[in-house]
Design a protein around this ligand. Structure first.
Ligand SMILES: NC(=O)c1ccc[n+]([C@@H]2O[C@H](COP(=O)([O-])OP(=O)(O)OC[C@H]3O[C@@H](n4cnc5c(N)ncnc54)[C@H](OP(=O)(O)O)[C@@H]3O)[C@@H](O)[C@H]2O)c1
Length: 250
């Protein structure tokens, strides 16, 4: 067991690339010790080495496929055994397929629900005792869950029916988590951005300029701001839309 004194600890799923990687970087810059999780071992190893080298914080890496309930449970155990503290759980791992409802493939449907919804729910359930204990020991700051939802979970987007539905469910799940746990200091926030410039939106670059997308820094900055709030402040969701006339469109 690692003793981190009063230092805060976060677990970031999807922390090897894109939005999750930037959130992990900013948290490390604030002195958070981290568990960084993603599916592929190579990406995890690289992220861990970079964070340690750049920020000198304790970083534990876990390769875990969020489509597997066993891997989700193992991730919770590995984090708890390594740190025994969890101030911030960032549910960043996610994936989507762009297909019209008429063309939906059951396999893609199942995978999106497993990674985007089932895994976050199971991971929160497994880590709730640790989140509660951390909040009890640190009543001023409490403990937070931040879930990467999407603006497609707020307003439907053609081609993203299952993805959007999984994110809408995640927004609802965060609300329920705050209802059930915030009196004890554990609250949840669903972040719902429009298109962010990452690998996930690479396929859009021929029709949407990268400059017209949100940056990973925009999203990471909001996560950092949540970590600076007191436990008295519960933020159910934050919608971030892109500049221009689309408002509720991704
Ligand atoms: N980009 C956007 O426009 C946008 C907008 C709104 C919301 N979001 C949400 O924000 C989150 C991050 O998106 P992003 O754009 O940063 O994505 P990204 O660049 O594609 O990165 C995805 C991250 O999630 C991990 N991941 C994917 N599938 C996984 C699985 N089955 N098990 C474990 N880890 C898995 C990846 O790890 P590996 O490399 O190991 O697979 C990677 O670290 C997602 O939940 C996404 O839905 C994105």
């Amino acid at each position: 067991m690692v003793d981190h004194g009063s230092g805060r600890v976060a677990l970031v799923t999807g922390g090897s690339r894109g939005i999750g990687a930037e959130i992990a970087r900013r948290l490390a810059g604030e002195g958070f010790a981290l568990t960084v999780a993603a599916r592929q071992q190579a990406g995890v190893t690289t992220a861990v080495e970079q964070l340690r080298a750049e920020f000198g914080v304790e970083v534990h890496g876990v390769a875990a496929n969020m489509a597997s309930a066993d891997d989700v449970a193992r991730l919770a155990v590995e984090h708890s055994e390594h740190f025994d503290r969890l101030d911030l759980l960032v549910l960043g791992a996610g994936m989507g397929t762009d297909e019209r409802i008429a063309d939906l493939r059951p396999k893609a449907y199942d995978l999106q629900l497993a990674v985007n919804l089932k895994a976050p729910v199971l991971l929160v359930r497994e880590l709730l005792p640790l989140l509660r204990a951390t909040a009890e020991a640190n009543p001023a700051t409490g403990a937070r869950v931040v879930a990467l939802a999407s603006i497609t979970g707020v307003a439907g987007e053609a081609g993203l029916s299952v993805y959007g539905a999984s994110k809408a469910a995640l927004i609802s799940f965060c609300e329920t988590l705050s209802l059930e746990e915030s009196a004890g200091g554990v609250s949840a926030t669903a972040l719902a951005p429009g298109y962010v410039d990452t690998d996930m939106t690479e396929h859009l670059r021929d029709r949407l300029d990268r400059d017209a997308m949100l940056t990973v820094g925009d999203v990471a900055e909001l996560v950092l701001s949540l970590t600076r709030l007191s436990a008295a402040a519960v933020v159910p969701s934050i919608v971030v839309t892109r500049a221009g006339p689309q408002l509720w469109r991704a």
